[in-house]
Write a new protein. Structure first.
Lengths: 117, 113
């Protein structure tokens, strides 16, 4: 069964450093997403990406964040200068559709645990 | 901005009985709802979904009910199994049709053998 994969599973970085989190979405999916979950809190939307551009981003997704689909398979989230409060689980997801009344499923990867020290 | 709420942080059920997980929402523009199951250190796993034009969707042991007038949905698991023990999240698609999911806080289900 196709699945979303993410690397690395755990990333430790020092405050102020840049990190790149990598994802390989399901191959025939068209919509790509990043979410995060701070320990003990709900899963929060960061950004959605379609047709090589951002379709929606949350207030969390400020200028320190960027996304890219550098080739036909990878989808990356870059945090330019990490802060302590960026420590969280980051989940990549993908879907064939983006909502509406048609059947819709968004599939998640296993996550990358980012620890900023 | 808690547009999707799961008011019960935890639920404990005996194996073989029914588990009912509840979710409320405030935005009447939501048009699709999903339930996810999550184990520790894993990503959310899609379980079942429902469009706002329906009031019920069933898949094996899982049934989701939607009451639009009450802005309430519930997930029924019958019969419950110990392997169902996990955190369950309800999520709604925002009205923007960009695929943004808005999650509830989650309910931890424990199914006792």
């Amino acid at each position: 069964e196709p699945e979303v994969t993410q690397t690395p599973s755990h990333q430790v970085t020092q405050m102020g450093q840049e990190v790149i989190l990598r994802c390989v979405p399901i191959s025939n999916h068209l919509y790509f997403y990043w979410y995060r979950q701070i320990l003990g809190q709900k899963v929060e939307f960061l950004v959605s990406f379609y047709n090589n551009e951002i379709s929606e981003k949350s207030e969390i997704f400020d200028d320190q964040f960027s996304v890219e689909r550098p080739d036909g398979s990878n989808f990356t989230l870059k945090i330019r200068s990490t802060k302590l409060e960026d420590s969280a689980m980051y989940f990549c997801a993908s879907s064939l559709e983006a909502g509406g009344f048609q059947p819709y499923e968004q599939y998640f990867g296993p996550g990358t645990r980012l620890t900023v020290t | 901005d808690q547009q999707v709420k799961q008011n019960s942080p935890s639920l404990s059920v005996q194996e073989g009985r029914i588990s009912i997980l509840n979710c409320d929402y405030t935005n009447s523009m939501f048009d699709y709802f999903l339930w996810y199951k999550k184990y520790p250190a894993e990503g959310p796993t899609f379980l079942i979904s429902i469009s706002s034009i329906k009031d019920k969707n069933e898949d094996g042991r899982f049934t989701v009910f939607l009451n639009k007038s009450a802005k309430h949905l519930s997930l029924h698991i019958v019969p419950s199994q110990p392997g169902d023990s996990a955190v369950y999240f309800c999520a709604a698609i925002g009205s923007s049709n960009t695929g943004k999911l808005i999650f509830g806080q989650g309910t931890t289900l424990q199914v006792k053998p």
